[in-house]
Design a protein around this ligand. Structure first.
Ligand SMILES: C[S@@+](CC[C@H](N)C(=O)[O-])C[C@H]1O[C@@H](n2cnc3c(N)ncnc32)[C@H](O)[C@@H]1O
Length: 632
């Protein structure tokens, strides 16, 4: 929350802490600000937590509803470790309202009055409601929208009526105390009823929403669930401190089956669970970490979501989230009308549309295109035909590990004839001597050309001019790495790691060994020039950057991996692909290199081969990234 409320909260939390006030006592004090304890309903148990004393010192900022300050105050007062372990990062009220409105806007009309959040009799659920930011947001939308505008006698529900349509669950009983206080305070201040202490009680249950679904079902009762909204915990399974213990993992596996991998983020499982509870025509909108868009371990979840629901819209956050991870939120409709384009909205409050993504894209492995659109990457729209498959079906990609790197370091020497010579372009005609294999680092690889022998490199923390290994040294079957190195000596492309665009250079005679983390791609069904052409295509770079945008790493350049390269789509049109390969075919020897004008022609042909509808946009984007010559 920003100033002045943010500054006030920070100061108040620090004063409370200095006075030794416990988090719930602080919340209770604020919840009662300006009210008599008897104003709050009995179910809102804050009075039990009142410590007394500092209440009179509070001066909350004018114009900010008290109910919006309770969750943030509680969060600020929790110790960091406790907050991290439970994934407690409450959502800003304005964002919660924006996401609820986005979800409601995507629902089909069926039985619902225009603009109304819920059909008569439906409830809204937040399965990890924390301090209740989303439940308050739903309440606000309910009282703002009449359920039957066509009926002159109809009135929007009062805040008190709205309370009985709200269902929340959380593992943390204290957070539920805060949620109760926030909802009670909201309903009191909303003033849509006159009863004071006789407020309806929202159904708030303390349970594990993932492993105790029966508790959730019981608190929903006979009602249909029209909306499931919230910001479930992000418990990335790779991070110590947030990992599930074995028992819980087993219980999740038995509930979600094959969809739960060892590293599937908990937040993704909340999405799956929500699609089981939501009624037909209902909307699910749960905030997710970016990794869920692209992570391998969330792939089964993504596929299942597409099977069960229509992905109608997505909010792609623009940072500023307490959890210090980049976030997004899909809007899923159970059995909604068939969607052809997914609306992507951005902004701190999900307030503006930033683009549209063809719904078919979500049938692919990664949903990174949603973030790519929000980040201004060109959309890969409507290919005029079908791709012939994936690059991994016609090429094998591999890379060495740390052991191979050190094994090569042990055998490396300067190439005979190169020692003492200044490494520069004049050495271009100095060839790799017979009986040796060139050792190639990422830094030597530029688009279409390997600069081994022409550019110095660092290897094992020291500079080298032209490092090689003697082939004879690789005959020793006992040498660690020798067998691996021998296998590298085949015609292939070498792909650099961490560059601005994909940089791949050919080694047509199989005379080079790529040093970890260089990836080698061996054709297996196409020829080397066709493989190189695909890797040189601006569309391939765009596909990698788009997929990476989904992992929240998009701005770090292209981080190729063997799986990312294998996932690249093959071109749609064969003739321009053949033409591009023909241009490259005579230039596939190590060090022969592709000149910039040939490379430009190859890229243009590959844009045509991809069948995308706006090659110019992709070309312009690629050139901004790579520079017009494409050689950085
Ligand atoms: C990121 S906070 C968000 C709370 C609230 N939805 C919001 O947006 O402000 C996540 C909440 O999930 C709760 N939580 C964590 N694991 C849970 C589980 N398995 N079942 C229910 N709640 C859980 C935490 O206690 C925490 O309050």
């Amino acid at each position: 929350m920003s100033d002045p409320a943010g500054r006030w909260l920070a100061r108040t939390a620090s004063d409370f802490r200095a006075d030794g006030v416990a988090p719930l006592a602080a919340v209770a004090t604020l919840a009662l600000h300006g009210r008599a304890p008897s104003d709050l309903p009995g179910w809102c148990d804050v009075v039990d937590h009142l410590s007394g004393g500092s209440a009179s010192a509070l001066d909350p900022p004018a114009g900010v509803p008290i109910c919006d300050l309770l969750g943030p105050l509680y969060e600020l007062m929790l110790a960091d470790a406790a907050r991290r372990a439970a994934g407690v990062h409450f959502t800003r009220p304005a964002l919660a309202s924006g996401l609820v409105a986005l979800a409601v806007g995507a629902r089909p009309a069926g039985g619902r009055a225009e603009g109304a959040a819920l059909v008569e009799g439906e409830v809204a659920l937040d399965p990890a409601c924390g301090a209740g930011a989303f439940l308050v947001a739903v309440g606000r939308l309910l009282v703002a929208n009449p359920t039957k505008p066509s009926d002159p006698a109809a009135h929007p529900p009062t805040a008190n009526e709205a309370l009985s349509r709200l269902v929340g669950a959380d593992l943390d009983a204290d957070a539920l105390v805060v949620a109760r206080a926030a909802l009670a305070r909201w309903a009191l201040d909303e003033g849509g009823h006159r009863v004071g202490v006789a407020l309806n009680e929202p159904a708030l249950t303390c349970c594990d929403s993932l492993t105790q679904p029966e508790e959730l079902v019981a608190s929903v009762g006979d009602h249909a669930v029209g909306l499931i909204v919230g910001n479930p915990p992000f418990l990335a399974q790779l991070r110590a401190g947030t990992r599930h213990d074995a028992e819980r993992r087993a219980s999740l596996a038995s509930r979600f089956g094959a969809a739960v991998g060892a590293y599937t983020d908990t937040a993704a499982l909340f999405l799956l669970a929500a699609t089981e509870l939501i009624s037909v025509g209902g909307a699910v909108c749960l905030v997710q970490p970016r990794s869920v868009l692209a992570a391998r371990d969330a792939r089964a979840v993504r596929a299942e979501l597409v099977r069960r629901t229509e992905v109608c819209a997505a909010w792609v956050g623009d940072g500023g989230f307490g959890a210090s991870v980049e976030v997004w939120a899909p809007v899923l409709i159970r059995r909604g009308a068939r969607v052809t384009e997914v609306r992507v909205v951005g902004g701190a409050e999900a307030e503006h549309e930033v683009g549209r993504v063809p719904a078919d894209v979500l049938r692919q492995d990664s949903w990174g295109a949603l973030v790519a659109t929000a980040e201004g990457l060109p959309a890969l729209r409507s290919p005029t035909g079908r791709s012939a498959g994936r690059l991994g079906e016609v090429a094998r990609f591999s890379a060495g590990f740390r052991d191979e790197y050190y094994a090569m370091l042990e055998l490396a020497k300067e190439a005979p004839g190169f020692d003492g010579a200044a490494p520069d372009e004049q050495m271009a005609d100095r060839a790799l001597p017979a009986g040796y294999a060139a050792l190639v680092s990422s830094g030597l690889i530029d688009p279409g050309v390997c600069r081994w022998g022409r550019k110095p490199m660092r290897f094992g923390k020291r500079p080298w001019r032209a490092p090689v290994v003697a082939l004879a040294a690789l005959d020793d079957p006992d040498h660690p790495g020798a067998t691996w190195a021998r296998r590298q000596l085949v015609p292939k492309v070498l792909v650099a790691s961490q560059t601005r665009v994909i940089e791949a250079a050919p080694d047509g005679q199989g005379r080079a060994i790529g040093l970890t983390p260089v990836i080698s791609g061996v054709p297996d069904g196409i020829d080397l020039a066709h493989l190189l052409a695909v890797l040189c295509s601006p569309v391939s770079t765009l596909a990698v950057v788009s997929a990476m945008a989904g992992s929240g790493l998009g701005r770090a350049g292209v981080r190729v991996s063997t799986s990312v390269l294998a996932d690249l789509e093959l071109p749609v049109h064969r003739a321009p692909w053949d033409e591009a390969a023909a241009l490259l075919a005579g230039r596939c020897s190590l060090g022969s290199g592709v000149d910039p004008s040939t490379m430009q022609a190859v890229r243009d042909l590959m844009l045509s081969a991809s069948g995308i509808d706006d090659g110019n946009e992709v070309r312009a984007w690629f050139e901004t990234l790579a520079g017009p010559s494409g050689t950085n």
